[in-house]
Design a protein around this ligand. Sequence first.
Ligand SMILES: [Zn+2]
Length: 69
Amino acid sequence: MTTDHPNRVDADNGDRYSPLSGSSSRVESPRYRCPVASCHQVWYRHQASDAIPHCPIHDLALVRDSKVH
Ligand SMILES: [Zn+2]
């Protein structure tokens, strides 16, 4: 009996696939964070037209997080 499907795909994230005609083959949302080291406010910029928000705690503009996980 073969009941498992090794090629099964979870389609939860597949509805917004938009290939870039450029150097990158995968879409990544840049992560922004509060410049205060002890603050854990983070925000992901999903579109280039999105305005970068301010940290609601420190009222500072979020900065691009260079660390990529
Ligand atoms: Zn903050």
